[in-house]
Design a protein around this ligand. Structure first.
Ligand code: NAD
Length: 293
């Protein structure tokens, strides 16, 4: 199976290398030349442009920052240059509307489309343990499944076009709300004179338990591997969570869902996402919940 992989950033560079290591023929490209050179040093085939990378591909995987990049690249040579009936898999996190529009362009050009956003961060990308949420028709999913199995561990066919993106934004909205809930609980507990370790022992095994407490505890100490225990080095950066909450907000508004906590999480992260905070793990939002001085 000949694969073109475009977008060799923090995530895509690992995903492309894992496919190459599993024995697939991977031709890759990024608009940043250093990323292409680094892939070439690791033995991957590279191309001088996106159009060249997809010329002989059967499957094209894109891993770009946002929906605008995907739509622009598709219309700027990729769809035109790929052989007929190529399967285009977009793994970037983009809005449901952009995913539906991308699939429409792909189909109109005589190809096939899947949206397949991922979660699991750069560690999951490097280790091939991502969760991959896939939207599109079942035959296309079946064709791509062996590749997903190389890049990830938990592979879910979510439904029709756009469903992968829908699952991703719903999941991240709940994650943001859980993280703010954990941050407020630990701050209130501290102000009531509680030891965070005691609070952790109760909350990590009681009805309030969540990943935001057990794995990504927002206070330093109880979970030594958590970003809070290393000055909030990510993890999952605040800037990316804020972007994903923007997608959730658009979906809340377009569906008329009364999701006031999701909207509040969007507002809280948008306000917090400035300066140094943008690069910190998103659990650093606890700083906005602590008393000053
Ligand atoms: P990144 O910015 O590190 O990488 C994106 C890459 O795409 C860059 O190298 C950029 O040069 C390249 N690119 C942009 N337009 C291009 C084009 N037309 N042709 C070729 N290359 C092009 O971003 P990332 O952290 O790798 O994330 C990629 C996507 O995955 C985003 O949508 C992000 O929200 C999502 N995501 C990221 C994480 C994470 O922890 N980093 C986790 C889950 C999902």
């Amino acid at each position: 199976m000949r694969i073109a992989f475009l977008g060799l950033g923090n995530m895509g560079s690992h995903m492309a290398r894992n496919l190459h290591a599993a024995g697939y023929s991977v031709t890759c490209y990024d608009i940043v030349q250093e990323a292409v050179d680094a892939a070439a040093r690791d033995g991957l085939a590279t191309a001088a442009s996106g159009a060249e990378a997809v010329r002989e591909a059967q499957i094209v995987i894109t891993m770009f920052p946002a929906g605008e990049h995907v739509l622009a690249a598709y219309q700027d040579g990729l769809l035109e240059s790929a052989p007929q009936d190529t399967l285009f898999i977009d793994s970037s996190t983009i809005s449901v509307d952009h995913a539906v529009e991308a699939a429409r362009l792909v189909t109109q050009a005589g190809h096939r489309a899947l949206d397949a956003p991922v979660s699991g961060g750069t560690v999951g990308a490097a280790q091939g343990t991502l969760t991959i949420m896939v939207g599109g028709n079942p035959e296309n999913f079946t064709q791509a499944k062996p590749l997903f199995d190389v890049m990830g561990r938990n592979i879910v066919h979510a439904g029709d076009t756009g469903s992968g993106q829908a699952v991703k934004l719903v999941n991240n909205m709940a994650l943001a709300i859980n993280t703010i809930a954990a941050a407020e609980a630990f701050s209130l507990g501290e102000n009531l004179g509680l030891d965070p370790q005691v609070l952790y022992e109760v909350m990590s095994s009681s009805a309030a338990q969540s990943w935001s407490i057990t794995t990504n505890c927002p206070v330093p100490g109880p979970v030594p591997e958590a970003p809070a225990s290393r000055d909030f080095r990510p993890g999952f950066a605040t800037a990316l969570m804020t972007k994903d909450l923007g997608l959730a907000k658009a979906a809340i508004e377009s569906t008329g869902t009364p999701a006031s906590f999701g909207m509040a999480a969007y507002e809280a992260y948008t306000e917090f996402n400035t300066g140094d905070n943008s690069g910190k793990d998103f659990s650093a939002i606890i700083k906005t919940k602590q008393k000053k001085g």
